[in-house]
Design a protein. Structure first.
Length: 545
């Protein structure tokens, strides 16, 4: 009876989701076209060149307003902005949206779109942004405990009243955004909660949590795993396989002993909770929604990092438990960009980077993540801060802003992005009949950084716009071309500096002579940004006399 009842509940949830998705009037939607994710505003594709505000920066318009013009000048088109539950509902059931209204009005004034971050039940694992009337009523809103049974400032995922309060507040927020923004569409997406994760244990330890942990794994999860058995992420599938793909048993017997199973258990209930909050919001105003994860440091076990959030090893659990969410997103304070991006593009997950450490490497990473992964967007953290990374990022965004119409309308045959430094100085890619070799500019003996111990992080983006033509944007890269047909030699017919204004191409210098090393390569010097249009021609490798 339990399995049957759960199946009926799932059908009703899917029916409800289908009903409100069909009635979507937001005009903002996330689609996948030819395996290419796109955010559409009234049917027009939009690429997020964003920046996330510092946690407290949006709590005062006096602080925020003077900084928005600077962000617009940095070529941002989107800001990621917190909404603070404690300020929005300081008294239960009395909502104050004046700060939200002011932020939306200020963004419109500076032609910026918004992704709102709901600082609800959890923010970086903790429940620090919940209203005081919740924090002071532990009986109604239960908290988690540490291993010594000491209360933590983290609300329990099993608190029914907590979930209902979060759903009510989030639904009220979404209803208000619809009322004031359905025409202008300033608000594009919502992040539900922020960096959910369990600390300082891998799962909750309480009488309620233990009852659920010692019960059978919910049939909704097991049915999903069985249906998607062949496509589960390897590290998760391996754990289940060690238990002979057991069904209808407890968490421990299904996934084995230890903290890894604790994390799977906690992830399921975090996902279910977040799905309920998102569903309540989407019923009011259906725009794309996602969750973000704090990535663990190397070698750490669950409980030693914010565990059970939407992390790669429990991606299947989150996708099963939170089908209303549009994607799972990583927050980057980790230099291994490719490694984590590869993990977050599994299971058809749409890649969006809502938060990244704002340093000088961001300028190159924007090219790589958008070009290589066809990401929905890119957004360094604390974007409004005085930072020497601002100028490089603004120059990369300037290039990407010019190329955006071609990128989002897919006016290319192939597209890729590159990220280079001294440890990763070369990359290759095949585009059509050409093999492209992309190298760090410091690999040239005359480069100013050639003999330095540390090289700048550089990068670029390449779009093949016709069989023999390429658009290349970036900084600090060198590209050579070779025909895959060894009987042909490829040469540069023309390399022209170009820019784009209102979709119109403007030609600059012909980059011949020293600029292309007498036809040997296309080059962007370190510290210089630009776009070049390159046309190739081919000749026979061997000419008979």
């Amino acid at each position: 009876m339990s399995r049957k009842r759960n199946s009926i509940v799932l059908v009703l949830l899917l029916f409800a989701y289908g009903a409100f998705s069909q009635a979507n009037v937001s005009g903002v939607q996330l689609i996948r076209s030819h395996d290419f994710p796109q955010l559409l505003i009234n049917g027009t594709p939009f690429l997020i060149l964003g920046g996330e505000l510092g946690n407290s920066s949006a709590s005062s318009m006096g602080y925020l307003s003077p900084r928005l013009k600077h962000l617009q000048q940095m070529h941002l088109n989107t800001i990621l902005v917190p909404v603070y539950w404690e300020l929005m509902e300081s008294e239960e059931n009395k909502f104050d949206f004046s700060l939200v209204d002011s932020i939306i009005a200020a963004a419109r004034k500076h032609e910026l779109k918004i992704v709102f971050l709901w600082f609800g039940t959890w923010k970086n694992s903790m429940s620090c942004y919940t209203p005081l009337w919740m924090k002071t009523n532990n009986k109604r809103f239960p908290r988690t405990l540490d291993s010594a049974a000491r209360s933590q400032e983290i609300f329990s995922v099993f608190g029914t009243a907590t979930l209902e309060a979060d759903k009510k507040a989030f639904a009220a927020l979404m209803r208000h955004i619809k009322e004031i923004d359905v025409v202008d569409k300033t608000v594009l997406m919502m992040q539900v909660e922020n960096e959910i994760g369990m600390l300082p244990t891998a799962r909750e330890v309480s009488k309620t949590a233990d009852i659920f942990f010692n019960s059978k794994v919910p049939s909704q999860l097991m049915d999903y795993l069985q249906k998607n058995k062949n496509s589960l992420v390897p590290e998760f599938k391996e754990r289940w396989e060690k238990q002979n793909f057991k069904q209808g048993d407890t968490w421990k017997n299904t996934f084995g002993e230890g903290v890894l199973t604790d994390e799977i258990f906690q992830a399921w209930y975090y996902a279910k909770y977040t799905n309920d909050v998102a569903l309540a919001g989407k019923k009011e105003y259906n725009i794309p929604m996602y969750v973000n994860a704090a990535l663990p440091r190397p070698g750490k076990l669950p409980g030693q990092y914010p565990s059970a959030g939407p992390l790669p090893q429990v991606m299947d659990v989150w996708q099963a438990g939170a089908p209303v969410l549009n994607m799972l997103a990583p927050d980057f304070y980790n230099p291994n960009t490719k490694y984590w991006c590869d993990l977050y593009t599994r299971n058809n997950n749409t890649l969006f980077i809502p938060e990244m450490q704002f340093d000088k490497t961001c300028a190159a990473k924007a090219f790589f993540i958008i070009g290589h992964y066809k990401a929905l967007g890119f957004s360094p953290f604390s974007i409004e801060s005085e930072n020497d990374a601002a100028i490089p990022l603004s120059k990369s965004y300037g290039v990407l802003q010019q190329l955006t119409p071609l990128i989002v309308n897919k006016q290319w045959l192939n597209m890729d992005g590159f990220l280079l430094d001294k440890q990763n100085r070369n990359s290759t890619v095949k585009m059509g009949r050409y093999n492209l070799s992309v190298s760090h500019e410091a690999t040239l003996s005359w480069s100013l950084e050639a003999r330095d111990l540390v090289w700048s992080t550089t990068g670029g983006i390449v779009l093949q716009t016709s069989p023999d033509e390429f658009l290349i944007g970036g900084s600090g890269i060198v590209i050579t071309f070779e025909n895959s047909d060894k009987d042909l030699v490829t040469n540069i017919a023309a390399a022209d500096e170009v820019s784009y204004e209102n979709g119109k191409e403007i030609k600059g210098r012909r980059m011949n002579g020293d600029q292309d090393h007498q036809g040997r390569h296309v080059r962007f010097s370190i510290g210089e940004w630009g776009i070049q249009k390159v046309k190739l021609y081919n000749s026979l490798a061997t000419i008979e006399n």
